[in-house]
Design a protein around this ligand. Structure first.
Ligand code: NAD
Ligand code: AKB
Length: 317
């Protein structure tokens, strides 16, 4: 029987992952935590506690009370917010992870920690980025992600803790808005296409980035934690991707469904600089070989599903 604790459960990923985990493992076995009050489905579907991941005492206390065997540690600041608040990004992203790992050691819980394409940098090979390669990121987000990958590897090697993780690309979804990242444009564009028929993109034409639709991101999180530990050679920080595209390519896909849709550009130099330092597309063969990673959605099928669900959500016929 799984007993699961989720940190950062109200964010873009946590708000959907928590519901899936409750469906799969039973609502009473999944505790959602965050620093904000929950509402809607997440509040109604199970137990919630306030938990600030920068407090070692609070984490340890909560872990001892709930006694999880698995922790999905999602609390972090995304790349653009992290550049605006680097000290806080370090504190939540890295000190928070350290404290979660220490508490997990006390109760012997497995820990899932998402890394990101942000763990790469401008000196990484940007095309077909290998699983094991140069990682010299130039953002605070990236610094915390590389250090976090290493910390998780260390806790496994040194203490035998069952740490696992993936390097997520930009995640696209319609339930909860993204929390301030560089890939957020690929969510915003669907809302604006339906609401205004026009989108002003903050990344420039030709900026290729890896992306993934939320259902695949959730399957990745669950499947890697369910995988046979003996088959994992990398454990933490598996490259995973489902598609890669540029702003003009996603706009062209949307135009197949909304023919009048138009896009122009007002480039944000901070987020453009971050995007330019990230891979154009990654090689995720290690995840495919070691634990059977296989995404279901590509750009075309994701666009059909996003538009249908957003039409319902926004009440647009
Ligand atoms: P998000 O910003 O949407 O949510 C993060 C949540 O953490 C928020 O609900 C926030 O309230 C909470 N939080 C912030 N500070 C906290 C603290 N001190 N203690 C406890 N909770 C705190 O992020 P997300 O998109 O859901 O991302 C989850 C994880 O996945 C992060 O590690 C992120 O870096 C990683 N990731 C996300 C994406 C993506 O596109 N969404 C891509 C790659 C990696
Ligand atoms: C961001 O843009 O910061 C995130 C990520 C790819 O890590 N979506």
């Amino acid at each position: 029987m799984k007993r699961i604790l989720v940190t950062g459960a109200l964010g873009q990923i946590g708000s959907e992952l928590t519901l899936l985990l409750r469906e799969r493992y039973g609502a009473e076995n999944v505790l959602a935590t965050d620093i904000r009050e929950p509402s809607g489905k997440l509040a109604e579907s199970g137990h919630f506690e306030m938990l600030n991941c920068t407090s070692q005492a609070a984490i340890l206390d909560m872990f001892k009370k709930f006694n999880p065997d698995t922790v999905y540690h999602l609390a972090a600041l995304l790349s653009a917010v992290a550049e605006a608040k680097p000290q806080m990004a370090w504190d939540v992203g890295l000190n928070g992870l350290f404290k979660v790992l220490e508490a997990a050691r006390e109760v012997n819980a497995a820990v899932f920690t998402p890394s990101s394409i942000g763990a790469f940098g401008p000196t990484t090979p940007l095309d077909n980025t290998p699983q094991d390669t140069i990682q010299r990121p130039t953002t605070m987000y990236g610094v915390t992600k590389v250090a976090g990958e290493l910390l998780c590897d260390y806790y496994h090697k040194r203490f035998g803790l069952d740490t696992r993780g993936v390097r997520y690309p930009g995640i696209i979804s319609y339930e909860t808005l993204p929390g301030g990242g560089t890939t957020d444009y690929a969510v915003d564009i669907y809302y604006k296409a339906l609401q205004d028929g026009h989108y002003t993109c903050f990344l420039k034409q030709g900026t290729s980035l890896d992306m993934m639709y939320m259902p695949d991101a959730l399957e990745a999180a669950v499947n890697i934690m369910e995988a046979d530990a003996g088959a994992l050679k990398h454990r933490n920080a598996f490259n995973v991707t489902a598609m890669h595209f540029t702003p003009e390519e996603i706009a062209a896909e949307i135009r197949k469904h909304i023919p009048g849709f138009s896009m122009d550009y007002d480039v944000d130099p901070i987020r453009q600089g971050i995007a330019d330092s990230w891979p154009n597309y990654m090689d995720d063969s290690a995840a495919r070989e070691e634990w059977g990673w296989k995404p279901a959605y590509d750009l075309a099928s994701m666009t059909v599903d996003m538009l249908a669900n957003l039409r319902k959500k926004l009440n647009i016929s």
